[in-house]
Write a protein that binds this ligand. Structure first.
Ligand code: GDP
Ligand code: MG
Length: 163
């Protein structure tokens, strides 16, 4: 375990799909650890020869509409504060939303290393969303498909210097 990675972003962008790809079956629920609720899932991530702790903000699925924004903020801040690097996902098929812009602001303030990834980017339907992601001001987006495993080599290139 050389560094810790938090996967953040609004609900339904593919965070848990990516978490599962990193972790496989090596999942540890962390609700017994002080300061960590069951809303965060932690596992031993692997990518090529890299080994790292990966954190998923899993509790967002259960939030009601009324509580969602505050809950997203709290969970994200907790995950970010635990992590050395933040992997920020947007949905390339939807494009950039106001909530994505809110997340970008939080990450700019709180996270030393941010990797921006435009997920669900398999196929040409995602091209416009990938381009739109540049507007978040977090650099070049990784073109990612967590479901199909595309773009993992670019994630590796970003993570390798941190190991
Ligand atoms: P989370 O709420 O951010 O944790 O998102 P999930 O991982 O639960 O995924 C939300 C939905 O997006 C699910 O139906 C996934 O199957 C789908 N999804 C995740 N990654 C991809 C992807 O790379 N491509 C496509 N087309 N769908 C994806
Ligand atoms: Mg999830």
């Amino acid at each position: 375990m050389t560094f810790s990675l938090a996967i953040v972003g609004r609900p339904n962008v593919g965070k848990s799909t990516l978490f599962n790809r990193f972790v496989g079956k090596r999942l540890a629920l962390v609700d017994n650890q002080p300061g960590v609720t069951r809303d965060l899932r932690e596992g031993e991530g692997r990518l090529g020869d890299l080994r790292f702790t990966v954190i998923d903000t899993a509790g967002l699925e259960e939030a009601t509409d009324a509580s969602l924004e505050g809950r997203m903020r709290k969970l994200t801040e907790r995950a970010v504060d635990m992590a050395d690097v933040c992997l920020f996902l947007i949905d390339a098929r939807t494009g950039v939303t106001p909530t994505d812009e809110l997340f970008a602001d939080i990450l700019r303030k709180r996270c030393d290393h941010v990797i921006l990834a435009a997920n669900k980017a398999e196929g040409s339907a995602a091209d416009a969303g990938v381009i739109e992601a540049y507007s978040l001001g977090l650099g070049e987006p990784v073109r990612l498909s967590a479901e199909h495993g595309e773009g993992m080599n670019d994630i590796y290139t970003h993570l390798m210097p941190l190991a």
